[in-house]
Each structure stands twice: as structure tokens, then as C-alpha cells.
Design a protein around this ligand. Structure first.
Ligand code: HPA
Length: 269
């Protein structure tokens, strides 16, 4: 498992900030980092040991700063296993955030909508997930089964109380949100119609190619997690159009102002 010590020392040459809140920005959502005041921007390509991102439309940066007086760090350009990264490399940013001091993590992504009322533009709080890949970032690191059996019944990957507060904030801002289960597929190819029918049967509301390994890693580091999907398209076979990455980015741009208002409210408390 790649070590974050050298990366942490590098980061500390540029900032002493120890934000307790981190955000991972998904496809089309990197602009949210523009909200940060007095930003200290680090190119991830210069951070020792940080795996390099290869996806078009993704930048690779850590943005430190504050929003309304709260210290934050944004990860722009997440790493996907489908790029060829091992699941342990793909979750390097989460381990680095943990070393920096992050205790609460907001993960955002773009996802295909499976539930029939999930039109493009729907915002969905992730309340549970299905790991269709069965890859696991904490595998082989000498870590015990996680969560430990005796705690498993109370264990939530996604913080229920934080999600409830987030829903209330969205409602107050007049932003409609839903809740649902996110299914992680490896990608990079989109799903077949048959796969989407199967995913619906097993309880998935949305499908995407990220997030779950980060969440497993974050919880094993002891972080609290809030997950938010932007539904950018109907999943395969459910809409009229072909799926493409441009469409995913375009819907991301359209819901930008709602997301900005929501993220500001979430950071405020
Ligand atoms: N499938 C997988 N990943 C996605 C999709 C999808 O339909 N939309 C955005 N990310």
C-alpha cells in the first residue's frame, strides 16, 4: 500500500492548515473548489507518491483554504480504478487527507439514474452502497475484517445524522433531494441494459464508477462520510439517448448553482 508520509511532508511545505473537513469532487464538479478563499493549490502530479489522473475533464489538484471561516481541503480529480490504478492507489488521496487531519469527508460523484423517477439533474444523498466490483482498498494490509462484527449492526458507511442535517439544509434552500443506494461498477465501459435491469432488482438506485472504495477507506480511517450523487443521465436502457461523457459533464454544469449553494450550507455547519 503506497505510503503517504512523503506526500504529507511535501504538503506541509506549502500549508500548515489541518482542515477537519475534506471534499472529493466528482466529474464536472471541480468548479466547486472556486468557492475556496485564500486557496493554496497543490498539483497532485508534484506530490510524492500521488498516483496520476488520466481522465479527460479531470484535473489533479488539492485545494486548501477556507469557506466562511471553516478550513477545508478539496480534492479535484479523483482517481478511478478503471484508469488502471489499483484500488489501493485509487484511495491514496483519502489516506493523505486522513494524515492531514480530515475527520469528515464529503464525497460527490456523477451517476446514472436507475430509479424510474431519477431524471438527469436529480441530487441523491447516498445512504448505502453495493460494491459490484468486490475490490476493496483495505484488502491485504493486515487489517482485521471491517467493521468488526460486534459493531456491524450499528455500522453505517454514510453518516445517518449528517445526511439528515444535509437533507434539511437542502429543503431550506428549496433544493429537491432524494436518497438512495449507489452501486459501484468498475467501468470504464457503461453498463448494458441487462446489467441495469439486474442492478435494479438487487436494490440499486444509481450506478457509477467511483466513490465506494474511497468511502470504505475513509471509514476505516475513522472519518465520517456524507455522499452526494448528481444523476447526470438515465442508466442504460432507461432513457432515449446514448450515454456519453459530455452529457455527464453538461448536467454537472447545469446543477452547479444548486450544488454550490448546498456545499456552502454544508460547510457552514
Ligand atoms: N453509469 C456509470 N457511471 C456513470 C453513469 C452511468 O450511467 N453516469 C455517470 N457516471
Amino acid at each position: 500500500m503506497p505510503d503517504v508520509h512523503a506526500a504529507l511532508s511535501y504538503v506541509r511545505q506549502f500549508t500548515d492548515l489541518k482542515p477537519s473537513l475534506g471534499l472529493i469532487l466528482g466529474s464536472g464538479l471541480s468548479v466547486l473548489a472556486d468557492l475556496v478563499q485564500n486557496p493554496v493549490v497543490l498539483e497532485t502530479s508534484k506530490i510524492p507518491g500521488y498516483p496520476s489522473s488520466t481522465v479527460e475533464g479531470h484535473v489533479g489538484r488539492l485545494v486548501f483554504g477556507s469557506i466562511q471561516g471553516v478550513s477545508v481541503v478539496f480534492v479535484q480529480g479523483r482517481l478511478h480504478v478503471y484508469e488502471g490504478h489499483s484500488v489501493s492507489d485509487a484511495t491514496f488521496p483519502v489516506r493523505l487527507l486522513s494524515a492531514i487531519g480530515v475527520q469528515k469527508l464529503i464525497v460527490t460523484n456523477a451517476a446514472g439514474g436507475i430509479r424510474s423517477d431519477f431524471k438527469p439533474g436529480t441530487l441523491m444523498w447516498i445512504v448505502d452502497h453495493i460494491n459490484w466490483t468486490n475490490l476493496n482498498p483495505i484488502m491485504g494490509s493486515g487489517i482485521k475484517a471491517f467493521p468488526e462484527t460486534r459493531n456491524a449492526q450499528q455500522f453505517n458507511y454514510y453518516d445517518a445524522e449528517w445526511t439528515k442535517r444535509a437533507q434539511a439544509k437542502a429543503a431550506k434552500l428549496g433544493i429537491d433531494t432524494a436518497t438512495g443506494t449507489y452501486l459501484w461498477t468498475l467501468g470504464p465501459s457503461y453498463e448494458t441494459k441487462a446489467e441495469i435491469r439486474a442492478f435494479k432488482l438487487i436494490g440499486a438506485d444509481a450506478v457509477g464508477m467511483s466513490t465506494v472504495p474511497e468511502v470504505i477507506q475513509a471509514r476505516s480511517c475513522g472519518m465520517k462520510v456524507l455522499g452526494l450523487s448528481t444523476i447526470t443521465n438515465f442508466a442504460a436502457g432507461l432513457g432515449e439517448d446514448e450515454l456519453n461523457h459530455e452529457e455527464v459533464l453538461e448536467v454537472g454544469r447545469q446543477v452547479r448553482s444548486d450544488l454550490e449553494r448546498l456545499v456552502l450550507a454544508l460547510i457552514a455547519g
